[in-house]
Design a protein around this ligand. Structure first.
Ligand code: ZN
Length: 181
């Protein structure tokens, strides 16, 4: 078990596109375990690899702390591709472990289809339209170098400017390990 420092807004790797995994070997399995440990320690429900400083196309989701999702299984998405997005868009408040204390309304497609490899290297296809679809899209954004601050209306982004700068400069207190500048 290892809890890794989480990258924060301003860290370059959060702006980079992740690289596909060629083989799911022991090293990747260890990374996935560490990602779950790191996410659980920070009370998050989703975490992408570049949030632990790795440019790999992996994210993990565990919605069990969310009301109504207590019985769901933790999910690992390797080399994911969103193949379908509904035309219907819905707003929802989002937060992010890499942007502590920020909550912002983000408008996203209500339903998606995603294809990915699971930890056993089996190709999976998932169609979803609920909170899971929301979290998947948030994590998928990380893998293409985007964060919620890029997805909000310009007037909201303006309001967030000072808070984002504080995160960048580490003028914040967080109760989980984060990267240093
Ligand atoms: Zn995030």
């Amino acid at each position: 078990m290892a809890i890794l420092p989480i990258t924060l807004y301003g860290d370059k790797i959060l702006r980079e596109k992740s690289k596909d995994i060629l083989k799911i070997d022991d090293r990747i399995i260890k990374i996935v375990e560490d990602m779950f440990d790191t996410m659980h320690n920070a009370d998050g429900v989703g975490l992408a690899a570049n949030q632990v400083n790795l440019d790999k196309s992996i994210f993990v989701i565990d919605l069990r702390p969310v009301e109504g999702y207590e019985k769901t299984k933790p999910l690992v998405f390797i080399n994911p591709k969103i193949t379908l997005r509904s035309e219907n868009l819905v707003p929802h408040d989002e937060g992010c472990l890499s942007l502590p204390y920020i909550r912002a309304e983000v408008i996203r497609p209500e339903a998606i289809t995603i294809e990915y490899l699971d930890i056993n290297e089996n190709l999976q296809k998932l169609e979803t339209n609920d909170f899971l679809a929301r979290v998947i899209q948030h994590e998928y954004d990380h893998l293409i170098g985007k964060v919620i601050a890029d997805r909000v209306e310009p007037f909201i982004r303006k309001k967030l400017k000072k808070d984002l700068l504080d995160i960048k400069k580490r003028n914040i207190d967080v109760d989980y390990p984060v990267t240093e500048i």
